[in-house]
Design a protein around this ligand. Sequence first.
Ligand code: PRP
Length: 218
Amino acid sequence: MLNIALPKGRLGEKVYDMFEKAGYDCQSIHEKNRKLLFENPEKDICFFWVKPSDVNIYVERGAADIGVAGKDILLEYEPDVYELADLRIGKCIMAEAARNGYIDQPQRTKRVATKFENIARSYYASIGRDIDIIHLNGSIELAPILGLSDVIVDIVETGSTLKENDLAVVEKIVDISARLIANKASYEFKKAQITAIAGALSNQAAEREALEKDPDNK
Ligand code: PRP
């Protein structure tokens, strides 16, 4: 049986729809309940809902053969997994943001509040900037408002959290989207099934993007 870790939440539902459209369905997942694990013995697959930032752990350790994780999580934790496809959903950016009117003082160590310590460290190392990381677990936007940090490094999707807190993007660091990942051993042992899924999901992602760019070309 192929074990598939889906990220719980809105993104996970979109991801499951892609699997279903590709023929890997599991009808019991539509039942409204608190179950976390759903099997379809006929299709030889089993889906389970996990916290989005835990998908990489399940896949790296082989509890899941494949899964879907955000590129932010993959960059931050660098799990030892294969990245098979960009699903082109859950799109957002990782950015440096600050209070409106913020002026950088390059001679001073920049205080950076973030959940994404490794992404921030490698970004500032790449531009040769001295920083002091302040690791927070959420509500990062508060840090510059309260003077805890000069800037934040965080995910920006619609931009409304920044806007509503009088903050703005200073620099985009990297584009983020959902990626299909595979456990390395599973990929060798279940190659046919996994590559078929990766191919079907990639095709769907490409078709969706083509349609978004040119809605008349159906
Ligand atoms: C994320 C991120 C931003 C927000 C960006 O937070 O950390 O706060 O979403 O989205 P927007 O640009 O569409 O406003 P999340 O909701 O995951 O909660 P968090 O505060 O726990 O990080």
